[in-house]
Design a protein. Structure first.
Length: 320
């Protein structure tokens, strides 16, 4: 009886402690881990989210960029931290649905090791080349690729960038040489320098170069044209169907984090996503709000994992 009573006292103390932690959350600095470098679309929206969390909660918020290994390095950094809601993963389909289909072995399980918190945005990719590239349309690009003895090259700054290019290559029936980069800014730099022929870039990363006339957009991978670039056709409108692909950004924490803390953090993130200011910003960079709570984000992640399995099979991508 004494052992049973002690067990009850222990359980009650744990529950009270967990409730108190959730009630006071956040009481210290929150670290937002981003798997891509500064200047990327994920980094840009995370810095806005960080400021929103700071204003909403009064807590200090630090954004940490940990690029490398298609996001896997950042994922491992999150898993090394405590499951207390103070190390938060602001990541994309790269780590949560694509990599598990692209790597033969994974150092983590995206579904088992991370708890969904909230969605932030979805964003298409754009087929970009430098202005003097000898193709001004998708049809001309494909014709050029088929006429060349040496394959055209494409850079990828993240998994979505590569997935969009591989799907395009497969649907177009052309050969292209993949050149991986640690982030989108570096890939775009090499397009401008003529080191590679093209990049499927996100609008946020490429926006400034497009506005300055340093980069030409041939098509977008979304099902609809972008509000900010209404003159640019979708791939389907350019004559290539079945190559639609959108990236997404969401917030996750380590599995084992208190459900009360997850719920509290989710409400804070969704308040940011649903704000008029965020909607305006996302539209300006070609993205759309993705206000999914924990359950909706989990279901979306599972469906997108199946979608990436199809992309890998269709494009015949060799696993790493």
């Amino acid at each position: 009886m004494m052992l049973r009573a002690a067990a009850v006292v222990w359980l009650v103390s744990v529950l009270i402690g967990t409730s108190a932690a959730a009630e006071s959350y956040p009481s210290r600095r929150i670290n937002l881990i981003v798997p891509f470098p500064a200047g990327s679309a994920t980094d840009a929206v995370t810095r806005r989210l960080a400021e929103s969390i700071r204003v909403e909660t009064g807590a200090a918020v630090l954004v940490e960029n940990k690029p490398g290994a298609d996001g896997n390095l950042a994922a491992l950094a999150v898993l090394k931290a405590d499951a207390d809601g103070y190390t938060v993963f602001v990541t994309t389909n790269s780590t949560q649905s694509a990599n598990i289909n692209l790597f033969n072995t994974m150092p983590y399980d995206p579904a088992a090791d991370f708890a969904p918190v909230a969605g932030i945005m979805t964003i298409p990719m754009m087929l970009t080349v430098k202005p003097e590239f000898p193709a001004a349309t998708v049809a001309e690009f494909i014709a050029l690729a088929k006429s060349r003895q040496k394959p055209l090259s494409f850079g990828s700054g993240n998994t979505s960038s590569r997935g969009a290019a591989e799907l395009f290559r497969s649907r177009a029936g052309i050969e292209m040489q993949h050149v991986p980069y640690r982030g989108m800014p570096q890939a775009l730099t090499d397009v401008l320098a003529g080191e590679i022929d093209c990049v499927f870039a996100d609008p946020a990363s490429a926006q400034g170069l497009i506005q300055d006339g340093k980069l030409r957009v041939l098509a977008v991978t979304s099902s609809d044209r972008l509000t900010g670039l209404p003159e640019i056709p979708t791939l389907a409108q350019a004559g290539l169907s079945g190559a639609e692909l959108a990236a997404w950004v969401g917030v996750f924490v380590r599995t084992g984090t208190s459900s009360d803390i997850v719920a509290k953090l989710s409400r804070t993130v969704l308040a940011f996503v649903n704000s008029p200011e965020t909607a305006s910003y996302l539209e300006s960079v070609g993205a759309k709000p993705f206000p999914a709570g924990p359950d909706a984000l989990k279901a979306f992640e599972e469906a997108d994992t199946r979608r990436w399995a199809e992309i890998v099979a269709i494009a015949k991508i060799d696993k790493k």
